[in-house]
Write a protein that binds this ligand. Structure first.
Ligand SMILES: C[S@@+](CC[C@H](N)C(=O)[O-])C[C@H]1O[C@@H](n2cnc3c(N)ncnc32)[C@H](O)[C@@H]1O
Length: 211
């Protein structure tokens, strides 16, 4: 968990962190990934399922006491048991998890299966449990995706985890708040609360939806 001093530095240097996109913490500053994991981990209670965990299942391994990370693609650090090509049918019992997280990825669930997949996640979430969804401001999301593309093409970096997997035509750069709230209400979640990442100047945020 970041100290208040760390958060202050992260806030002051947010533009630098945003344009350099470093993945591991550097120069005494948190990476954007560390920062979103830090915000989300504060909301997690009990056993957590991180859906679309990405490389090395880092959120579960480093930020949560008790949980499982799954993805649709075999990124570095994942094994066969972590991969589910069809997230609309998961091999978990009803109400098996206390918290489910969708970190920087609800827009990557193809539109044609979004309702089905969120309903499936609702099935395996305990009554009273929380679904946590992070999503950036639309302008920030487009800017970051373009920047990642630019760095990877010109500087041969490997920031783009989604390009590595191959994007589906039904994925998007971002979903706006009303789309996210609408999806959550439609698929079985009740109260939805939005919280901003103030150390990213409010350009990123999360939703906590209660089942
Ligand atoms: C931008 S990455 C975010 C990775 C990680 N959660 C993070 O915060 O760094 C988007 C992730 O969504 C995953 N994804 C793609 N299709 C998905 C689906 N149908 N359901 C859940 N996750 C999916 C991708 O494989 C990728 O790991």
């Amino acid at each position: 968990m970041r100290s208040s001093w760390q958060k202050f530095k992260d806030m002051i240097f947010f533009p630098f962190r945003a344009v350099t996109l470093f993945e591991v913490d550097k120069y005494g500053l948190s990476s954007l990934q560390t920062e979103r994991y830090d915000y989300v981990s504060k909301e997690v209670t009990g056993r957590c399922l991180d859906v679309g965990c990405g490389r090395n299942n880092r959120f579960i391994n480093e930020f949560v006491d008790h949980g499982v990370g799954i993805d649709v693609f075999m990124y570095d650090g994942l094994t066969k048991k972590d991969i589910f090509l069809d997230m609309t049918k998961l091999p978990y019992k009803n109400e098996e998890f206390d918290t489910i997280t969708l970190i920087a990825n609800i827009n990557h669930i193809p539109k044609r299966i979004r309702v089905k997949e969120l309903s499936e996640l609702c099935r395996i979430l305990k009554k009273g449990g929380k679904l946590i969804v992070t999503m950036g401001n639309p302008v920030a999301e487009v800017a970051v995706h373009k920047l990642v593309w630019f760095y990877d093409k010109l500087l041969k970096t490997k920031f783009d985890v989604d390009g590595e997997r191959g994007m589906d035509h039904d994925e998007k750069y971002y979903l706006v708040d009303d789309e996210i709230r609408g999806l959550l209400v439609k698929t079985g979640y009740g109260k939805v609360v939005k919280k901003y990442f103030w150390t990213q100047w409010g350009l990123n945020h999360l939703f906590v939806a209660e089942k």
